[in-house]
Design a protein around this ligand. Structure first.
Ligand SMILES: [Ca+2]
Ligand SMILES: [Ca+2]
Ligand SMILES: [Ca+2]
Length: 435
């Protein structure tokens, strides 16, 4: 016993020595050949400036200090970031560069979030075996054999909003539509996502400052939200399998991201051709900067679909709360969660700003490493509606989708006025668009 222990220890030490030596060689090589690592801008405050076409980046930075994050004379606005030392300007309405988070993270400390996370983790292992059957279904469909059908694992949940019937009735399955997923990034090689990705030139990673928004699991720290964006993207890919997904990474491994990155991500999505933007993230703060950009997105006929939050409370997270008050609110949709019996989920925030409720418990989707998992939270209700919007846009062209969705939505069991228009019916929605 002890001999065995000693020899294992020696082997371990040799491996450690070899790895350390290798590490020094690699580090030495890295130091001599690679540029300094990406240093994220650390803005303490952000502010929106109304500008006309005569105001350049240089003139704005000279006037206010700080740094121009977005310069959009065509929209009549610029967004600027300021350091802690520059402080909150009195000459400009600035706000703190707050952190937005995935609802599953944002509701941290509530019992609904904790139970959501444990069922997510449990779901991952129990659903992993379902992956093989789904992948077979997809390859059958993509080789041209009839309409796409949902994997057995996710059918029951998606059919709460009638997805199977809608796919049978559809002709284009979201073809020609691009959906931006502003989230933790994707597992870019996941079999459920690889055939649905928009061109790589449209991808963006604001966490690393590069163009490869690969979700990563670091070896230390809080990685509770690893796989979040992959799941969100996978839900859209199942509902609108011919739509293209544009991954934009703004949330770090623990599920948080800066306001300054989120506004840049929304702008990136608009300028790179997204028709729909999925935002399964939020905060308690009313953010003038983000609201300004959402209003601008709606003038470009870009839909934004956003999660109402998981705190199980009266009151909706921002930016979902703008769904009823944005300039062209028909392009801005807020989504809460129902359970399998079409009752509002206990964790789903409620208020008059809720517009739609979609399944958000046990939603089966992609998990990194070519796996499937079951996911719970309003983060996963939201891409169901993004998928329906993409499906609708693919069938009928680019115009607002909210009206057709709202007039065909059905009642929530035990529901009230704080459940919005209720639960979408995908088939009736498509029928309403063709009438
Ligand atoms: Ca990256
Ligand atoms: Ca709306
Ligand atoms: Ca409306």
């Amino acid at each position: 016993m002890s001999f065995s222990y000693i020899s294992r220890y020696k082997v371990f030490r040799r491996i450690l020595f070899a790895l350390t030596t290798l590490g020094i060689i690699v580090m030495t090589a890295a130091c001599s050949t690679t540029p300094a690592p990406f240093q994220k801008e650390d803005f303490a405050y952000v502010g929106t400036v109304k500008i006309d076409s005569s105001e350049s980046v240089a003139s704005l930075e000279k006037m206010y200090g700080g740094k121009v994050i977005l310069h959009k004379p065509e929209a009549g606005l610029a967004i600027m970031g300021f350091s802690q030392a520059e402080g909150e300007l009195t000459t400009l309405t600035t706000e703190e560069n707050v952190e937005l988070a995935s609802p599953e993270m944002h509701a941290s400390g509530t019992s609904s979030w904790a139970s959501g996370v444990s069922s997510w983790a449990n779901g991952n292992s129990s659903w992993a075996s379902g992956y093989a059957s789904w992948a077979n279904g997809w390859s059958t469909w993509s080789s041209g054999m009839g309409a796409p059908s949902l994997p057995d694992a996710s059918k029951a949940v998606f059919d709460l909003v009638g997805v199977s019937q809608a796919l049978e009735a559809a002709n284009h399955y979201g073809a020609g539509v691009t959906v931006a997923v502003i989230d933790t990034g994707f597992d870019l090689s996941h079999p459920l996502l690889v055939n649905s990705l928009a061109p790589a030139s449209t991808w963006k990673d604001f966490i690393d400052g590069d163009n490869l928004p690969q979700d990563t699991q670091s070896l230390s720290g809080n990685n509770k939200m690893y796989g979040h964006g992959t799941a969100v993207g996978g839900i859209i890919a199942q509902i609108a399998p011919q739509a293209k997904l544009m991954p934009i990474r703004v949330l770090n491994a623990s599920g948080g991201g800066d306001l300054s990155d989120v506004v840049q991500a929304v702008d990136w999505a608009i300028t790179h051709g997204a028709n729909v933007i999925n935002l399964s993230l939020g905060t308690d703060y009313d953010l003038n900067t983000l609201r300004t950009l959402i209003d601008y997105a709606t003038t470009q006929q870009v839909h934004l679909v956003m999660a109402t939050g998981n705190a199980g409370k009266h009151g909706v997270d921002f930016p979902a709360k703008y769904a009823t008050t944005a300039t062209n609110e028909d392009f801005v949709l807020s989504v809460g969660s129902i359970d399998s019996s079409k009752r509002r989920s206990s964790f789903s925030n409620y208020d008059l700003d809720v517009e739609f409720l979609a399944p958000g418990e046990g939603v089966v989707s992609a998990y990194p490493g070519a796996m499937l998992a079951a996911f719970s939270g309003t983060s996963f209700s939201t891409p169901i509606v993004s998928g329906l919007v993409a499906l609708g846009l693919g069938e009928s062209g680019i115009h607002e989708m909210e009206t057709a969705l709202e007039t065909t939505s059905g009642a929530v069991v035990g529901g009230n006025s704080e459940d919005g228009f209720g639960i979408p019916n995908a088939l009736q929605f498509l029928n309403a668009l063709s009438n």
